[in-house]
Design a protein around this ligand. Structure first.
Ligand code: VAH
Length: 312
């Protein structure tokens, strides 16, 4: 049985569905600080900064795994850094303590945001310098080290993935730097145009959500003896700048127009991150193999968003 925190977030909302398909509805418990209208799955409101409540929820449902997704993303965290530390680190240490006390398998995402300006930008290695210049990045590096500590010191089976920007059509992201790569598809369908807050020629790693979710299950089911790394694995499938999304969209919406109104805060965050990271450790240690490239992702995104607007 798996407890998911942040179950109403961009990853969490789709992960719940994927896990229920994979393991059965009764084996997935979603939690979030907000309440859920979706009464088809087991759901509990829970504030991850309340460690006692989180532990009680895990005990009540007799879970054997916790997937901790509750966190503030990069741009939001940069706006309220002290709150971000409290939630991102306070929530993580509480979730790790629950995993230690109840002997649970543990997953939490890291991010390409864990890298900083001195990190090699092309083919960023799995093991390299990590001196991020954002609160979010500090949280992710500290989080990776804390998860490794709980593995080496307490034997908690912690595993993590450094996610690129994730693109999906089901739940809008909130407060991220890579959110432009989701907004662009919605605006293309609604208005045939998009004004990007990230400048041209600004490359970041991206991934379609189905590949991101498959990776979590693959990693959590991997043979632990084959894992050289744990927290956290580089994975990526697409390295793109805004104009690459524009070009891919114009294959389906020829009149699509892309313009720019750069947001200096999020542009500065984006420029501190790699352009393209190396996924070879994930491929070698647990068989990571993404399915979608920018063209197949674009085709699916536009089709699903059109369906969403036509049916509503
Ligand atoms: C963000 N989508 O923009 C998240 C992610 C790699 C980016 O961490 O903050």
């Amino acid at each position: 049985k798996i407890l998911v925190t942040g179950a109403l977030g961009q990853i969490g909302s789709e992960l719940i569905t994927t896990l229920r398909d994979q393991y059965g509805d009764d084996n997935v418990i979603g939690t979030d600080i907000r309440s859920s209208e979706d009464d088809t799955c087991i759901f509990e409101t829970c504030d991850v900064t309340d460690g006692k409540a989180l532990c009680e929820t895990a005990k009540k449902h007799n879970v054997d795994t916790i997937m901790h997704l509750a966190a503030l993303l990069s741009a939001k965290a940069e706006a309220i850094p002290q709150k971000a530390w409290e939630l991102n680190m306070g929530g993580l240490v509480n979730a790790l303590e629950v995993a230690r006390e109840l002997d649970l398998q543990f997953f939490t995402p890291s991010s390409i945001g864990a890298f900083g300006p001195q990190t090699p930008k092309q083919d960023t290695p799995q093991d390299t310098i990590m001196r991020p210049t954002t609160m979010y990045g500090v949280n992710k590096v500290a989080g990776e080290l804390l998860c490794d500590y709980y593995y080496h010191r307490f034997g908690v089976d912690t595993r993590g993935i450094r996610y690129p920007g994730l693109i999906s059509y089901k739940t809008l992201p909130g407060g991220g730097t890579t959110d432009y790569a989701v907004e662009i598809y919605y605006e293309a369908v609604k208005n045939n145009r998009y004004t990007s807050y990230i400048g041209a020629n600004t490359y970041m790693d991206m991934m379609y959500m189905p590949d991101a979710l498959k990776a979590i299950i693959q990693l959590m089911e991997a043979d632990p003896d084959k894992l050289v790394h744990r927290n956290a694995f580089n994975i990526s499938s697409i390295s793109a700048a805004p104009e690459d999304f524009g070009e891919a969209i114009r294959k389906y919406i020829p009149e699509f127009n892309l313009s720019y109104d750069v947001d200096p805060v999020r542009q500065k965050i984006a420029e501190s991150w790699p352009d393209s990271i190396d996924s070879s450790a994930a491929k070698e240690e647990w068989g990571f193999e993404p399915e979608y490239d920018i063209d197949s992702m674009t085709s699916d995104m536009l089709e699903k968003i059109k369906e969403k607007y036509v049916s509503n």
